[in-house]
Design a protein around this ligand. Structure first.
Ligand code: NAD
Length: 512
């Protein structure tokens, strides 16, 4: 049993209603019987909402495409003005939006506020970007010619998002896509419709206040079918899809079949290597947050710890001690560090993975037990688990979206890197070491094969300034900072002849 009772479903519903109203959402407009907004805090139902059928998704795409025709010729710095205003509105409503993230995704307060902060940060980034959509000029091989690249808006971008980052990942895509001159149609997770309604209301307000074409952002509510309609729409040149590898496997070939582009942000199976020189205080602190934070429900959650055999017992002992002190419970309580799993299915998958890990030779060192919440039998609170594994068995090579940390041992760094890379996913990784040559080896071309490779930092908690994404079954997409914006634009190579003569490239002579 949890140490303290959790909030009541009625109390959570009232809190959600207040947050929605403050953000400008009229829930009556979205009433229906197709999706149920619920909270993992109690497992209770909050509101019954409508979903958008195929015709409604088509209409949203049409409206976005119509708005795109004006939006694409709006100067990029003026497009930035929309995102500047949107960022201000997010800041003014940060507490309410964070309330909704906690209500729907079960994130603890600081993480929910952090998620909204991430939206504000990407808006800042995108505003600056709106004056920096640079193309290159290259020397032409022909005299009197200029060769250059220009970047143009692409069209309608379909954004499909996952429950565990209900708003930040949408904002990474949307803030950047809008300054790039694209229009956006968003299909949020069916598990988190309320945060989507609130963000959309604030963006609609920013759109109205800045006089932007009204249709540049569209929201469609629904489950996989609504996303699939977007995926198959030939009028959506780019699909940015975040979710499980299973989803990516369905989406990627369908987009490719119509020669669309996709940005895929899929599952991870993130590992950190702990070498004998590592600062163990730092390592244990970082590992506990990365593995148990967000109840193990981050794409970047630390799932495997690959520890040098000489320090493995000490590291496990310290982790077990730290896990024993983790406050688990109502994410609205300031003292809570580990909130609930999203639903019963997530708990079932965690139980099944733990059973398989033991059957495959693992030893459960900590956690794994469900903790019942008083008066909330449908809330799934679990003690984060640590399992020592004799080898990287089948279950370890899969992503289980729950707080299970597998501990493996290694003898030399080559073996550690081999173990690290020997999984199908390639999102985030880290090495804990005080030895620079070990760190450099991990960062090198024959080191960790992930999209994110850290030194003395856990696998979770990326900053928006870098490009975010991963390799292999994680899908290869990049979003957020750095030059990720290029994926949202089309590139034109332009050659201008000001010589007054026809000169062909490669010295070809075609004169009569
Ligand atoms: P999920 O795959 O169940 O759903 C994600 C989204 O895809 C939802 O909006 C869902 O409705 C939609 N969807 C599902 N099938 C679809 C289909 N055939 N066509 C179109 N849309 C479809 O994922 P989830 O449970 O919401 O999220 C957890 C997963 O997401 C984990 O695997 C996690 O690692 C991954 N994730 C990855 C990143 C990343 O950046 N790499 C970020 C967050 C989450």
């Amino acid at each position: 049993m949890l140490a303290a009772a959790v909030s009541s479903t009625d109390g959570i519903r009232t809190r959600a209603k207040t947050a929605l109203t403050r953000c400008g959402v009229d829930l009556a407009v979205f009433k229906g019987d197709a999706i149920t907004a619920r909270t993992p805090i109690t497992g209770g139902d909050l509101f019954a909402l409508r979903a958008d059928g195929p015709e409604a998704v088509d209409r949203a795409v049409e409206a976005a495409q119509a708005a795109f025709h004006d939006w694409r010729t709006t100067p990029a710095p003026l497009r930035g003005a929309l995102i500047k205003r949107f960022g201000e509105l997010l800041g003014e409503h940060q507490q309410y939006l964070a309330d909704l993230v906690t209500v729907e995704a079960g994130k603890i307060r600081s993480e929910a506020l952090g998620e909204v902060q991430e939206m504000i940060d990407i808006c800042d980034f995108a505003v600056g970007l709106s004056r920096q959509l640079y193309g290159r000029t290259m020397p032409s091989e022909r005299p009197g010619h200029r060769l250059m690249e220009t970047w143009h808006p692409l069209g309608v971008v379909g954004v499909i998002s996952a429950f565990n980052f209900p708003v930040a990942v949408w904002a990474w895509n949307t803030a950047v896509a809008l300054v790039c001159g694209d229009a956006v149609v968003w299909k949020p997770s069916e598990l988190t419709p309320l945060t989507a309604l609130a963000c959309t209301a604030l963006l609609d307000r920013a759109i109205a206040e800045t006089g932007v074409p009204a249709g540049v952002h569209q929201l469609v509510l629904g489950a996989a079918e609504a996303g699939a309609r977007l995926v198959d729409s030939p009028r959506v040149p780019l699909i940015s899809a975040t979710g499980s590898t299973r989803m990516g496997r369905e989406v990627a070939p369908r987009v490719a079949a119509r020669f669309g582009r996709s940005i895929l942000e899929l599952g991870g199976n993130n590992a950190a290597v702990v070498t004998p020189s590592a600062d163990l205080d730092l390592t244990v602190n970082a590992a506990v947050f990365a593995a148990a934070g967000t109840a193990g429900q981050r794409c970047t959650t630390l799932r495997r710890l690959i520890v040098h055999e000489s320090i493995a017992d000490t590291v496990v002992e310290r982790l077990v001690r730290a896990y024993g002190q983790l406050p688990i419970g109502d994410p609205f309580q300031d003292s809570t560090l580990v909130g609930p799993l999203v639903n019963e299915a997530a708990h079932t998958r965690m139980r099944e993975s733990l059973d398989r890990a033991v059957a495959e030779g693992g030893t459960l060192c900590a956690g794994g037990e469900r903790q019942l919440a008083e008066a909330a039998p449908d809330g799934y609170y679990v003690q984060p688990a640590i399992v020592r594994m004799p080898a990287q068995t089948a279950v370890v090579r899969e992503e289980t979206f729950a707080p299970i940390l597998y501990v493996l041992t290694y003898r030399d760094l080559d073996e550690a890197i081999r173990l690290h890379n020997d999984v199908p996913q390639g999102l985030s990784s880290g090495i804990f070491t005080a030895d620079q040559s070990e760190a450099e080896r991990f960062l090198a071309a024959d080191g960790a094969d992930c999209g994110i490779v850290n030194v003395n930092i856990g696998t979770s908690g990326a900053e928006i300034g870098g490009a975010f994404g991963g390799e292999k079954e994680t899908g290869g997409g990049r979003e957020s900072g750095s030059d990720s914006w290029r994926a949202y634009m089309r590139r034109a190579t332009n050659t201008v002849n000001y010589s007054g003569q026809v000169t062909l490239a490669q010295g070809v002579n075609f004169s009569q």
